[in-house]
Ligand binder design. Structure first.
Ligand SMILES: [Mg+2]
Length: 312
C-alpha cells in the first residue's frame, strides 16, 4: 500500500469532476509536486490517471491549485479517446511520474523538439486494472520518443512492482519476449489515436524503436531536474500551479490548512451550484403544481357549471 488516498468531487464525466489526492495523514496534497518521484531505490511512483480499457482522457490539472485529476476538455467538450480497432480505450494503465516535467522551453537533444509542458507519461503493462487516482510503485523497463504536433512527449513503459509477474520484467527485451505484440500495438495506438479527432498521425524519434531501461531512467531524471527548476521558480512555469505542501526549497510551499481551503472552496462552489439547481427545480416543480391545481379547479368549475345547467 502506498499510504496515499484519493477523494472524488462531483460526478465522473462532468466538467466539475475532480480527484484530489491525500497523504497518509489524510491531508490534501498535489499529485504533481508532493508525491515523491522515487518510492524506493530504482522504483518510481506512478499516478494512475486512466485505468486500462477506459476511454475518458483524465489527467493531472497542471494549472489548477493542488493539481487534481480532471477530464480534459476541448472546445467545451469532455475528451474521450476513440476505440481504435482492434483496441478498447487505453491499452495500459496510463498516468504520470510525479515530480517530473517536460519543459516546453527546452529542446530535447534526441528529438530536437521541446517538451509538452506535462509530467512524464507512463504506460503500465501489469495485469491489474488500476483505479483512477491510485498511486502505484513501478519498475521502469523502457521508453518511446513520441513527437506530438512538434512537441516531445516521452512514453515510459513500466510494470507495477506488485504485479505477480513483476520479477520476470527487468528491461524492454523482457516485454518483447513475454508479451509479443504489445510494444508494436503501443506504437500503433500512439500513432493513430488522434486520427478520429481529425488530427494527423503522431511521429516518433529513433524510427519508433523503444529505448532500454537505462535510457528511460536518464530521461526521467532529466525531467525531474526540469521539475526542480520549475518548483523552485528558477524556470517560469507560465500558468502551471506549483502550490505544494512538502517541497521545502519551493517558494510555492503552503501549509495543510491552505491546501484544505482550496478543496473546500471547490466544494462550496459545487454545493452552491447544486443548491441553486435544486432550488430552481423545486421552484419550477411548485409552478407546475400550481398550474396543475388551477387546471383541476378550472375543470371542476366547468363540470359544476355544466352540472348545474343540466339540473336547471
Ligand atoms: Mg505527455
Amino acid at each position: 500500500m502506498s499510504g496515499f488516498s484519493s477523494e472524488e468531487r462531483a460526478a465522473p464525466f462532468t466538467l466539475e469532476y475532480r480527484v484530489f489526492l491525500k497523504n497518509e495523514k489524510g491531508q490534501y496534497i498535489s499529485p504533481f509536486h508532493d508525491i515523491p518521484i522515487y518510492a524506493e531505490k530504482d522504483v518510481f511512483h506512478m499516478v494512475v490517471e486512466v485505468p486500462r480499457w477506459s476511454n475518458a482522457k483524465m489527467e493531472i490539472a497542471t494549472k489548477d491549485p493542488l493539481n487534481p485529476i480532471k477530464q480534459d476538455v476541448k472546445k467545451g467538450k469532455l475528451r474521450y479517446v476513440a476505440n481504435l480497432f482492434p483496441y478498447k480505450g487505453y491499452i495500459w494503465n496510463y498516468g504520470a511520474i510525479p515530480q517530473t516535467w517536460e519543459d516546453p522551453g527546452h529542446s530535447d537533444k534526441h528529438t530536437g523538439c521541446c517538451g509538452d509542458n506535462d509530467p512524464i507519461d507512463v504506460c503500465e503493462i501489469g495485469s491489474k486494472v488500476c483505479t483512477r487516482g491510485e498511486i502505484i510503485r513501478v519498475k521502469v523497463l523502457g521508453i518511446l520518443a513520441m513527437i506530438d504536433e512538434g512537441e516531445t512527449d516521452w512514453k515510459v513503459i513500466a510494470i507495477n512492482v506488485d504485479d505477480p509477474d513483476a520479477a520476470n520484467y527487468n528491461d524492454i527485451s523482457d516485454v518483447e519476449r513475454l508479451k509479443p505484440g504489445y510494444l508494436e500495438a503501443t506504437v500503433d495506438w500512439f500513432r493513430r489515436y488522434k486520427v478520429p479527432d481529425g488530427k494527423p498521425e503522431n511521429e516518433f524519434a529513433f524510427n519508433a524503436e523503444f529505448k532500454d531501461r537505462y535510457f528511460a531512467i536518464d530521461i526521467i531524471k532529466s525531467t525531474h531536474d526540469y521539475w526542480k527548476a520549475l518548483v523552485t521558480k528558477k524556470t517560469d512555469g507560465k500558468g502551471i500551479s506549483c502550490m505544494n505542501t512538502t517541497v521545502s526549497e519551493s517558494p510555492f510551499k503552503c501549509d495543510p490548512d491552505a491546501a484544505k481551503a482550496i478543496v473546500d472552496a471547490k466544494s462550496s462552489f459545487l454545493l452552491s451550484l447544486s443548491l441553486s439547481l435544486s432550488l430552481s427545480l423545486s421552484l419550477s416543480l411548485s409552478v407546475s403544481l400550481s398550474v396543475c391545481l388551477s387546471v383541476c379547479l378550472d375543470l371542476t368549475h366547468s363540470f359544476n357549471f355544466y352540472g348545474h345547467q343540466k339540473c336547471m
